[in-house]
Design a protein around this ligand. Structure first.
Ligand SMILES: [Mg+2]
Length: 445
């Protein structure tokens, strides 16, 4: 489900998010789709609905204009020749006039096109161009890309400074630029705060009573997980030698107080952007963008500790695409990759923002569901399983359908991350033996 993280006072309620019924995700803004072949647009819309995306196939220019007046979509998919040769280009360009922010626009042409058409598409504000067979999962992938590009995921900055006044001032500057901050006046609590807050970047004071900034930087760097989190010193110290000493102890930058807001923001933003890129390469799988094997297990362990601390339920699931070898053998590896990517997208669309999804192995996925009891996790996964089986992959000589099997477990007293994973794997194995295309849950003894 797509849900924003909830404030802590609602924590008690969270465990029931999945319980009452299996809610479909609250749909994000819809996508408007306009093709010359309206039946095709309708079929595509239906396919995209399986991914949890709200899609309106619009049949006429008038219907499109009315829809645009009513509600701006997440994206527009427009056939260049909708309602006449080249008319789609014009219509899309007109629709963007007078908007505060352009709506992501994707052009489509049934046939391969010439450069002038593509140029016209760029001038009409098109951010992507697709030709040939429009397939739901590759279209969704494009839409995801375009809408994420315009989505802003705020940076998280941890400020460690014994002066509350200074920390508050820094927080205010960063907050004004939309960053999320937390400040800590007792450096001794830094490691717990890091684990809990998972900042993109740390701003560190040089002189504090319990320990110095460089000492703390060393402690932070001793933990593999935080080796690449940028540390920026912010201090009134203006002795260059002392600054350089501090920098050589695990720091990335040194800002001298008083610092201009703009300099602080630029430094923080540049460092944070680079750190995010680097981190994504370390923890994400390159085909699907999901977390990789190592990181999903790390996240499971983080969630396990939190679940214990907060006495909340935690579920964990393993999924495996059925007969995957056959798909590769019959249709080739590109089709196999497409199915893997489409299941990845499907899971991203269908699960909550607070759930963690990983690619565990070749065609195997792992999902961490915090604050979720087993019965609710089972229902959600079974609903996803049912829906996923309805997706059609255009292929020769016959269109392709795929299914997956899954095993799901809930955290119990004896579990650590690895034993929980192997219990889920065992349940998955049982699902395979029960004939595949099913979810097996392991109820606590
Ligand atoms: Mg100080």
């Amino acid at each position: 489900m797509i849900q924003s993280p909830q404030p802590s006072q609602e924590r008690a309620k969270r465990s029931s998010d999945y319980v009452d019924d299996v809610p479909l995700p609250p749909l994000r803004k819809p996508v408007y789709i306009l093709l010359q072949d309206h039946d095709r647009a309708e079929r595509l819309a239906q396919q995209l609905e399986f991914f949890g995306l709200g899609v309106h196939a619009l049949a006429t220019a008038e219907a499109f204009c009315a829809a645009m007046r009513g509600r701006l979509p997440a994206a527009i998919v427009m056939d260049v020749d909708f309602s006449g040769p080249g008319c789609g280009l014009l219509l899309a360009a007109q629709a963007q006039l007078g908007l505060d922010q352009a709506v992501p626009l994707l052009f489509f042409s049934l046939h391969e096109t010439d450069t002038p058409t593509r140029l016209a598409a760029v001038r009409a504000g098109g951010q992507a161009f697709m030709t040939g067979t429009l397939e739901a999962s590759s279209l969704l992938e494009k839409v995801e890309m375009l809408t994420n590009a315009t989505q802003y995921d705020p940076f998280r900055v941890l400020i460690i400074d014994d002066s509350r006044t200074q920390a508050l001032h820094t927080e205010r500057v960063l907050n004004s630029a939309g960053m999320i901050t937390r400040s800590l006046t007792e450096p001794i609590r830094a490691m717990a705060e890091l684990a809990d807050f998972q900042p993109d970047l740390i701003i560190l004071d040089l002189y504090m009573p319990d320990c110095t900034g460089p000492e703390l930087a060393k402690v932070i760097r001793h933990n593999d997980r935080y080796v690449s989190v940028p540390i920026i010193y912010l201090s009134a110290e203006d002795d260059l030698n002392k600054q350089l000493d501090a920098m050589s102890e695990g720091g990335d930058d040194f800002l001298t107080k008083p610092v201009r807001s703009r300099q602080l923001l630029t430094t923080v933003r540049n460092r944070a952007v680079r750190a995010r890129h680097l981190k994504a390469r370390m923890v994400r799988d390159s085909l699907t963008g999901l977390y990789n094997h190592t990181h999903i297990l790390q996240l499971l362990e983080d969630c396990r500790l939190r679940a214990r601390r907060e006495q909340q339920p935690l579920s964990f699931a393993m999924l495996d695409i059925d007969h995957f070898k056959k798909i590769n053998d019959r249709h080739g590896h590109p089709m196999g990759d497409r199915v893997i990517k489409s299941l990845a997208l499907f899971l991203k669309q269908r699960l909550r923002k607070t759930d963690y999804i990983g690619r565990y192995g070749g065609e195997e996925f792992a999902i961490v569901l915090p604050n979720t009891p087993l019965s609710a996790a089972y229902k959600v996964l079974d609903e996803i399983r049912r829906r996923f089986a309805e997706i059609i992959y255009p292929a020769q000589p016959h269109d392709l359908h795929c299914t997956f099997s899954a095993g799901v477990v809930q955290l119990d007293q004896a579990h650590d991350a690895l034993s929980m994973a192997s219990a889920a794997d065992e349940a998955l194995y049982r699902a395979k033996h029960a004939g595949r295309n099913c979810v097996v849950r392991v109820d606590p003894a």
